[in-house]
Ligand binder design. Structure first.
Ligand SMILES: [Zn+2]
Length: 213
């Protein structure tokens, strides 16, 4: 187990004024009237898994959220996805089930198809999929078929998610491919958009039923 030290400085703020003769902590402290008692030290345990660039994950999930918002505007369930290869987006899509009258037109499926066209191959072994909600079994199946390296999702789906929520097809031992999973990136934003959509849909349905009475 490795530990990261997360240090937050309360007061006074440490400002380094010009080069110091001695780089020692004591000299630094003296030069800046630095007092160890003002340090808040929090120990955060981290696993031995490889370090992931969380900044990039945050950015690309933002692009997936942009797609989810497009779905929201089109009155589709607001889910968005992007496929990234070598730091570039090669597929991006929003959920279009209602628009296309196609139950398979999930954001992930459409983004994967775009990515396959961009690569010129059905294998997406060096790609990462960012999706605002945990993939369903259909999309997880497609993700395994294209041999995607990694899946990053925002909000989990304990009832129907196939990336560890209800079941885990992405790391199913007898299938011929398993991918890495990162959960909970920008979870709150992904969830808020979905909640807002369903609250509005329920309100609209109520209005319609009242109008019909
Ligand atoms: Zn799906």
């Amino acid at each position: 187990m490795v530990f990261l030290l997360h240090i937050a400085i309360a007061r006074p703020k440490v400002v380094i004024n010009g080069p110091l003769k001695s780089p020692s902590g004591h000299a630094l402290a003296k030069a800046n009237k630095f007092d160890i008692r003002h340090l808040k030290i929090k120990i955060i345990p981290v696993s031995d898994e490889p370090i992931i660039d969380l900044q990039s994950d945050h950015y690309f999930m933002g692009e997936a959220l942009r797609q989810a918002f497009r779905a929201y505007e089109a009155e589709e369930v607001p889910i968005g996805a992007v496929v990234v290869r070598e730091g570039r987006i090669i597929g991006r899509a929003s959920n279009q089930v209602e628009t296309l009258k196609d139950a398979t037109a999930h954001a992930e499926m459409l983004a994967l198809t775009q990515a396959e066209s961009a690569v010129g191959d059905w294998r997406l072994t060096d790609c990462t999929l960012y999706v605002t909600k945990e993939p369903c079994p259909m999309c997880a199946g497609a993700i395994v078929h294209v041999r995607l390296a990694r899946v990053v999702f925002g909000v989990g789906d304990p009832k129907a998610g196939a990336a560890g929520g209800a079941l885990n097809l992405l790391q199913f031992p007898t299938l011929n491919h398993q991918c890495d999973i990162t959960r909970g990136v920008r979870e709150q934003e992904c969830m808020s958009l979905l909640q807002m959509f369903f609250v509005e849909q329920r309100a609209k349905a109520k209005l319609r039923s009242q109008g019909g009475e």
